[in-house]
Design a binder for this molecule. Sequence first.
Ligand code: PBG
Length: 322
Amino acid sequence: MPFPIHRPRRLRRTESLRRLTRETQLQPENFIEPLFLIPGEGQVKPISSMPGIAQLSVDQAVKQCEEAKSLGLGGVILFGIPETKDEFASGAYDPDGIVQQGVRAIKAAVPDLLVITDVCNCEYTSHGHCGHIVDNDVDNDVTLDWLARSAVSHAAAGADIVAPSDMMDGRVAAIRSALDQAGHPLVPIMSYAAKYASGFYGPFREAAESTPQFGDRRSYQMDPPNAREAMREIELDLEEGADMIIVKPALAYLDIIAAARNRFDVPIAAYQVSGEYSMIMAAVQNGWVDYERVMFESLTAIKRAGATMIINYFAKPAARLL
Ligand code: PBG
């Protein structure tokens, strides 16, 4: 054997060579920032399990959105924590609910910023489940009606995209037909098509005050060991009219993102969820890992796996550094 002709290290020798040959680039326009809206004015309530993230009253969220726009973020996704919760999630589809107010205020102040709304009932039900409870389980078809009403109320308030995250069967079709009938045929649906029943949502449930008061979400969210089932869920949502799909969580499900990328020709979003963020931040705060390196490495992995967009809590700090 002669001395090796192939020396992959040649292309890694300097930063300019590495930059030239880099396969994956992160861009602020592919980041979507989650915002948690609460009632009131001038409110910024830090979420203890998510360092750097806070619940915001609408006026404060508007300020964050102005900054999101100036940083060039792709958009924001809104979650709402209503004044009161009830068995019927009425705050979710109240035309004057917290998310609906938020959308109106943000679109009035920052019209060019893309506003996505999370369509789900768990933040609005007294029991914390994602729909109407019958015999200790969520009744699918009654819940569809609530979801459709929520989506229409978000679109009427000016939402650019609606994103159903409940994992009920048939919700994309129900939402599509309700939007069309209400005169919103051009509002796209970004469906959380492959959403797993994950332990990584823990901190979000503090942030959104949506922990189920009994049981868990395993009868509607997906079982983590299943990959083929994710392809079927995505296929069904696309057949029902989804324009884009979401895989969630992200880092523990990179195989699902990659498989979906190979199989479906629609934009794919991945959601780097609260627990993923909090684990990194906890290690950063202990001095165990480097903040910037691990933030960018985790986001890059998600993009490299095939995600077009990343919904994530690092959106602003990452955009500032890019
Ligand atoms: C449900 C919803 C959840 C998240 C987004 N939408 C939580 C859940 O299903 O319990 C999780 C997001 C995160 O953990 O960052 N409406």
